[in-house]
Design a protein around this ligand. Structure first.
Ligand SMILES: [Cu+2]
Length: 96
């Protein structure tokens, strides 16, 4: 009847982290992001900078980015990085 789930479905969010150079960096990011409330697991790929966060509920991307910054690096949501932003002007400025 109710659409409310009896147990929360884990949410996986992906980010790209820049600035990591070694396993210690990976450990720092893992520790900081893992300390966020609701986070169940953190996967960091040093080679690609890919960060995957699994949490009990949706996480604010800003909270993850802040945690990564706390560790000394920069995180960009992977979905956002994959989209191409249109320029602010509809035509690049030529029609105004
Ligand atoms: Cu390092």
């Amino acid at each position: 009847m109710s659409t409310a789930p009896s147990h929360p479905v884990p949410v996986r969010a992906e980010f790209t982290v820049t600035g990591m150079t070694c396993a210690h960096c990976v450990a720092s990011v893992t520790e900081e992001v893992g300390a966020l409330p609701g986070v169940e697991s953190v996967d960091v790929d040093l080679a690609t900078g890919a960060l995957a966060v699994t949490s009990a509920g949706p996480l604010a991307p800003a909270a993850v980015a802040a945690a990564v910054e706390e560790a000394g690096y920069t995180a960009t949501p992977a979905a956002q990085a994959g989209t191409t932003e249109p320029p602010a002007a509809c035509c690049g400025g030529a029609c105004h």
